[in-house]
Design a protein around this ligand. Structure first.
Ligand SMILES: [Zn+2]
Length: 331
């Protein structure tokens, strides 16, 4: 494989003549989708994520079989798999902090050993989601885009000059571990002050608890059963969407941290579009406004004025769809 790939963006050649199957492995669910040759996303299925590597391999193949069309044509479809963590170019999971059972597992090889003739492609889940948003989501038509997926942590990817950025080892896009506060809160990666400690769903929960402990978020404390230490990001989001002023202030603080990382990325990569995905996109009605304001302050002008910041469009299926598109393209 070359360090970066320029893949055709028209859906026909991207999905191939037959289509492809994509599977996204999450911490709790394995999600499979069938992407047809016209780019339409067809059948999908969700299975629980097993706790051991062999179980995960079997669940991926099982989920793929459940969306696979019958007959020999279905058997021949390429399989793309989006996996959390650092996945190298051979499809080996070198480091999976959110799914440790896959650490060091040569995942692509295991899948192909289980099924004779199977052609599999394994890629980081957020990188796959970025490619899907570029081909058929919020980043359509943007040859230079960055996507940040705000979930429990932060994943992401970038398309530069129409090509998916992979890096020397396949690890490009680990933006959640950019340090934004030296000596800041500890991160599961072993370092301190990483961006995802502030700008992910768990980061929002932490900012909410800080406000609650300072007596600034009584409604969230009530939702958490009276314990400020039990305040979660979901409480802040729900209250902010309902117009609670204190929760909106926490959300604006959170948006500043999100904007800080995005501004650093925009200064580095000069994208025309930044796509924000992940579970927190459901709160885009209260997030995107303060996010765009803070981004305009933090990013270097004049780039800051021309970057569009958009919520992702493909939802939870983005990773599976992107993995299917990459597999179909023979990546
Ligand atoms: Zn980290």
């Amino acid at each position: 494989m070359s360090p970066s790939r320029r893949l055709p963006r028209t859906l026909g050649p991207v999905v191939g003549r037959r289509g492809a199957i994509g599977v996204d492995i999450g911490g709790s669910k394995v999600l499979a989708v069938l992407v047809g040759p016209d780019g339409k996303v067809g059948a999908s299925v969700k299975l629980a994520t097993p706790a051991d590597a062999e179980g995960v391999v079997e669940a991926v193949l099982d989920a793929a079989d459940q969306v696979r069309p019958p007959g020999r044509a279905g058997q021949a479809l390429p399989l793309g798999v989006g996996t959390p963590g650092m996945i190298d170019r051979e499809g080996t999971a070198q480091y999976c902090p959110n799914l440790h059972c896959l650490d060091g597992v040569p995942f692509r090889r295991r899948l192909e050993e289980h099924r004779r003739g199977l052609r599999a492609h394994v890629v980081n889940d957020a990188t796959a989601a970025c490619w899907a948003e570029h081909v058929m989501g919020a980043g359509r038509g943007a040859d230079n885009m960055v996507m940040a997926t705000l979930g429990t942590g932060i994943g992401g990817g970038a398309v530069i000059g129409g090509s998916l950025l992979e890096g020397a080892h396949g690890f490009a896009g680990e933006m959640g571990h950019m340090v934004v506060e030296v000596g800041g809160p500890p991160c599961p990666c072993g370092k301190r002050g990483c961006w995802e400690r502030f700008a992910s769903g768990s980061g929002l929960g932490r900012l909410g608890r800080e406000a609650a402990l300072a007596g600034e978020l009584p409604a969230a404390v009530a939702m958490a059963g009276g314990d400020p230490e039990a305040v979660k990001g979901e409480h802040v989001t729900e209250l902010a969407l309902a117009g609670d002023k204190a929760a909106l202030a926490v959300m604006a603080n959170f948006a500043w941290w999100v904007a800080l990382g995005l501004a650093n990325l925009a200064n580095l990569l000069d994208p025309s579009v930044v796509v924000v995905g992940g579970g927190l996109v459901e709160s885009h009605a209260v997030l995107m406004g303060p996010l765009r304001e803070s981004f305009a302050e933090l990013a270097e002008a004049p780039g800051a004025r021309s970057v569009r910041i958009l919520p992702a469009e493909l939802g939870e299926r983005a990773g599976a769809v992107g993995a299917a598109l990459l597999a179909a393209a023979g990546a």
